[in-house]
Design a protein around this ligand. Structure first.
Ligand code: HEC
Length: 206
C-alpha cells in the first residue's frame, strides 16, 4: 500500500517537472520569436540596414548632404546624398567676426564652417574612387572615427564633425556604418581643402 502511494507521488512529481520544463521552453521560444519580429519590423537584420539606421539617427546627412533651396525653404539635395561640400560652390573668405561670444559661421548649404579652427568642408562620404571614400578600407574608417585622425593617421579631424561623440560607437556599429556607406550612389565631387586659420592681426601700433 505504502509503496504504491510512493510510486504515485514519484510519477506525479516527474510529470510536474516535465510540464514545467515544457512551459519554460515554449516561453523562451516565444521570446525569441518576439525578438525576431522586432528586428524585422525595424528592418535592421543586415549590417547595411543597421548602418543606414545609424547614419539616419547620428545626423551625418545634416552636414554631409548640401542644402538647396526648395519650395518650402532649404532642403537636402538628395541627388548629392552624403557627397559633402559642392565643388562648384566657391565661397568668398569667411567673414571675420568681431571679438565676442560669437565664434562660428556656416554656409547656407550647411557643408562649410568657419571658426577658430579655420575653415572646414564636410567630406564626400560616397564610395566614389577619386573624390569620395572609395579607397578607404574598413580599418581606416574605424581608426578615423575612433582616433579623430584624417584617414586614420593624418591631421586632426576638426569641428564641427562630432568625431569625439562617434568615437563612442562600438566597432560593430562603425563597421555597419562603413558597410552602408559602400552601398550609396557614388557622387563625383572634389571637396575643397581645409583652410587653416588666418593668424589674428597684430594690435595696432600707437
Ligand atoms: C555637425 C556637422 C557634421 C556631422 C553631423 C557629421 N559630420 Fe562628418 N565631417 C564634418 C566636417 C566639417 C568634416 C571635415 C572636417 C575636417 O576637414 O577636419 C567632416 C569629415 C568627416 C570625415 C572625413 C574624416 C577624414 O579622415 O578626413 C568622415 C569619414 C566623416 N566626416 C563621417 C561622418 C559620419 C559617418 C557622420 C555621421 C555618423 C558624420 N560625419 C557627421 C561635419 C559633420
Amino acid at each position: 500500500m505504502r509503496s504504491r502511494s510512493l510510486r504515485w507521488m514519484c510519477a506525479s512529481a516527474l510529470v510536474a517537472v516535465l510540464l514545467i520544463t515544457l512551459a519554460c521552453r515554449s516561453q523562451a521560444d516565444k521570446q525569441r520569436a518576439a525578438a525576431r519580429q522586432a528586428m524585422s519590423e525595424l528592418k535592421i537584420s543586415t549590417p547595411s540596414e543597421r548602418g543606414k539606421y545609424l547614419v539616419a539617427i547620428a545626423g551625418c546627412s545634416e552636414c554631409h548632404t548640401p542644402f538647396k533651396m526648395g519650395p518650402n525653404g532649404p532642403e537636402p539635395d538628395m541627388t548629392r546624398y552624403l557627397a559633402g561640400h559642392p565643388q562648384d560652390l566657391k565661397l568668398p573668405p569667411a567673414p571675420l567676426l568681431p571679438l565676442g561670444p560669437w565664434v562660428m559661421v556656416g554656409a547656407a548649404t550647411n557643408t562649410a564652417f568657419h571658426g577658430p579652427w579655420g575653415t572646414t568642408f564636410a567630406a564626400n562620404l560616397t564610395p566614389d574612387l577619386q573624390t569620395g571614400m572609395g579607397v578607404w578600407t574598413e580599418d581606416m574608417f574605424l581608426k578615423a572615427m575612433k582616433t579623430g585622425k584624417h584617414m586614420g593617421s593624418g591631421r586632426q579631424i576638426l569641428p564641427p564633425m562630432p568625431q569625439p561623440a562617434y568615437a563612442n560607437m562600438t566597432d560593430d556599429d562603425l563597421k555597419a556604418v562603413y558597410t552602408y556607406l559602400r552601398t550609396i550612389p557614388k557622387v563625383s565631387n572634389m571637396v575643397p581643402e581645409y583652410i587653416p586659420p588666418v593668424p589674428a592681426p597684430a594690435p595696432a601700433q600707437q
